[in-house]
Design a protein around this ligand. Sequence first.
Ligand code: NAP
Length: 290
Amino acid sequence: MQEQHELYENARKRIKQKKRLYLHFIIFLVGSVFLIILNKVLKLGETYAENWFVWAIMLWLFFWVLHFVNVFITNKFMGKDWERIQTEKLVTKQEKRIEKIKKNLEREEQFIAESEFFNEQEKKKIETKQTLTLIAAIGSNNALGKDNDLIWHLPADLQHFKNSTSGHHIIMGRNTFESIGKALPNRTNVIITRNPNYSVENCIIVNTLEDAIKIAENDNNPFIVGGAQIYNQAINLVDKLIITEVHKDFEADTFFPKIDKSIWKEVNRQNFKADEKNKYDYSFVTYLKN
Ligand SMILES: NC(=O)c1ccc[n+]([C@@H]2O[C@H](COP(=O)([O-])OP(=O)(O)OC[C@H]3O[C@@H](n4cnc5c(N)ncnc54)[C@H](OP(=O)(O)O)[C@@H]3O)[C@@H](O)[C@H]2O)c1
C-alpha cells in the first residue's frame, strides 16, 4: 500500500513539474515575441544596443534550458527520492558487508577453537603416545635359537637388552619364558600361552597377544621380546625394532621373520668388533616404520 502511495505521489509530482516546464516554454515564446516587438517595432533601448532582444532571448533560453535539465535530468536522477533509494541501497550493501564480516569472524573463531582443540588432542597424544618395541638378536641367516635356547653368548647384547627393557613390560611366548627360566627383575614379565591353567610366580599370564599389549597400555614403551612365534605375530603391530645383528650364520630351529625394508627404515646403527668377552662381530640397529 505504502509503495503504491509513493508511486502515485511521485507521478503527481512529475506531472506538475512537466506542466510548469511547458508553461515556462509558452511564456518564453510569448515573451520572446514581446521582446522582438519592443526592440524592432517600438525601437526601445536601440540607442544602447541594436539587437539587444537577441541577447535577452538567449539569456532567457539559457534559464529555460536550466529548468529543462532540472526537470528531466537533475530532478529525475538526483532528486530526494533518488537520494533516498541510493541511501537505502548503500545501507543494504553495508549491512550485507557487516553480515559477511560477522560470519567470517564467527568462522575464524570456530577455526581457532577447533585448532586449539586439535593441538590439545595432539599434545595429549604425544604425551601418552606409546611406542611398542620389538627387541631381538638375530644371526646373519635370521637365526634366533636352537633347542629352546640362545645360540650365542654375547654379554654386550645381554647388557643392551637389560638397558633397553628395564622398567618396562616385556612380553614373551611361553617357550621363551621357559628358556629364561625365571622372571627378569625390574621389568613386568608378561607370558603368553594358550594354556588357561598356566601360572608362574611374579609374572602376568595372558592367553592372547592382544591381551598382553592391553595389559601394558599404561607403559609408554613396552617390549616384545620373543620368541619366533611371537615375533612373527607382532612384527606388524610394533612401532620400532631394536635388532642386534650377530654377524655369522648359525644352525638354528627358530628364525626371525624377514625385515621388509619397504616398511622399516634403519635409523641408527652401532657396529662392534668381537673381543675377548663377545665372540662375534655385532651391531645394534634401530628401525622405525617408514
Ligand atoms: N635371539 C633372540 O633374541 C631370542 C629372543 C627370544 C627367544 N629366542 C629363542 O626363540 C626360541 C623360542 O621361540 P618359539 O617360537 O619356539 O616360542 P615362543 O614364541 O617363545 O613361544 C611360543 C608359545 O607361545 C604361546 N603362544 C604363541 N602364540 C600365541 C597366541 N597367539 N596366543 C596364545 N599363546 C600363544 C604358545 O604357548 P603354549 O604352547 O603354552 O600355548 C606357544 O607355544 C628359543 O630358542 C629362544 O631361545 C631368541
